[in-house]
Design a protein around this ligand. Structure first.
Ligand code: CP
Ligand code: NVA
Length: 337
């Protein structure tokens, strides 16, 4: 028996707390094997398609190295390489890819495209980020939290920034499923949609997670163990000026971290990356000229502080994606969890 076999990973809501925790723990186990140099060829002979409509450093690298470590062959299919959504329907692409590949990673704009791929390819589809959700990021993130604190339940994670982007949505719902308290601190205009809030609330009643959505920094930061942020302008967004003005007060800086009131050894900072934390990026330079700021969602000081865990988090993308692919495609024996 294997409760994961053949399943797609499109959104967190499709998985129970026990299932998510199983994948997180499996990721930690595979990380140990990797560090010890012990082979784990669970996907020997499999072919994996990596479909990207948007650019990526971490997700692409993680899927590629994870597939190779598992003994599978990854094939990158970029936005300009294939016909997806241009000369043929997503459904037709799904049928073709499903006849050749054993699993498909999809990063794109529309969640509905991920759903069509899963419905019509007949093979597991893993969502590598859409405008709505970023589930593989969540496996790495809660794996990183567990590594740092030894447990998940009862911790408080505060996301400050664009409260209705894919990462904020995913943190809210995943925390609610896992019993991790989630605070979203954002300007009212960027609160999660009512639909996302309702979904999270439903899970929170079952898990006991406390959810707080507020535009008040003092209230939102108080008692946090994990302070998390993400870019103010996600891929596919363009309204720079409006977002910068709305989000300026919601920068993660040392002052904001102090508002948590949490002892140093119980507090970490996380960021899914890429981050705009100084003017080294071309991006930052434009922002400096136009809006007079040199740092955006997080200051260089916090990014380089003892609280920072963003690079462990990035590494964990590979270990956790490996766990997810092996569990859904590896014919493993996984007793019902
Ligand atoms: N965190 C993340 O998904 O990074 P990439 O966009 O580089 O894949
Ligand atoms: N919210 C960001 C996440 C990048 C990993 C985006 O969608 O661009």
């Amino acid at each position: 028996e294997n409760v994961f076999q053949g399943r797609s990973v499109l959104a967190e809501k499709d998985f129970s707390a026990a299932e998510l925790e199983y994948l997180i723990d499996f990721g930690l186990h595979l990380k140990t094997l990797k560090k010890m140099g012990i082979q784990h060829h669970y996907l020997e002979g499999k072919n994996i398609a990596l479909l990207f409509e948007k650019s990526s450093t971490r997700t692409r690298s993680a899927f590629t190295t994870a597939a190779i470590d598992l003994g599978a062959h990854p094939e990158y299919l970029g936005q300009n390489d294939i016909q997806l959504g241009k000369k043929e329907t997503t459904s037709d692409t799904a049928k073709v890819l499903g006849s050749m590949f054993d699993g498909i990673e999809f990063r794109g704009f529309k969640q509905s495209d991920a759903e069509i791929l899963a419905r019509d390819s007949g093979v597991p589809v893993w969502n590598g980020l859409t405008d709505e959700w970023h589930p593989t990021q969540m496996l790495a993130d809660f794996m990183t939290v567990k590594e740092n604190f030894g447990h998940l339940k009862g911790l408080t994670l505060t996301f400050m920034g664009d409260g209705r982007n894919n990462v904020a949505n995913s943190l809210l719902v995943t925390g609610a499923i896992l019993g991790v308290n989630i605070h979203i601190v954002a300007p009212k205009e960027l609160f999660p949609t009512q639909e996302t809030q309702d979904l999270a609330k439903k899970f929170a009643t079952e898990s006991g997670a406390k959810l707080l959505i507020t535009d008040d920094l003092d209230e939102g930061m108080k008692g946090s163990n994990i302070v998390y942020t993400d870019v103010w302008v996600s891929m596919g967004e363009s309204n720079w000026e409006q977002r910068v003005n709305l989000l300026k007060p919601y920068q993660v800086n040392m002052e904001a971290l102090k508002k948590t009131g949490t002892p140093d050894d119980q507090l970490i900072f996380m960021h899914c990356l890429p981050a705009f934390h100084n003017t080294d990026t071309k991006y930052g330079e434009d922002v400096k000229e136009k809006y007079g700021i040199t740092e955006m969602e997080v200051t260089d000081e916090v990014f380089n502080s003892k609280y920072a865990r963003q690079f462990e988090e990035a590494e964990n993308r590979m270990h956790s994606i490996k766990a997810m692919m092996a569990a859904t495609l590896g014919n493993l024996f996984i007793p019902r969890v």
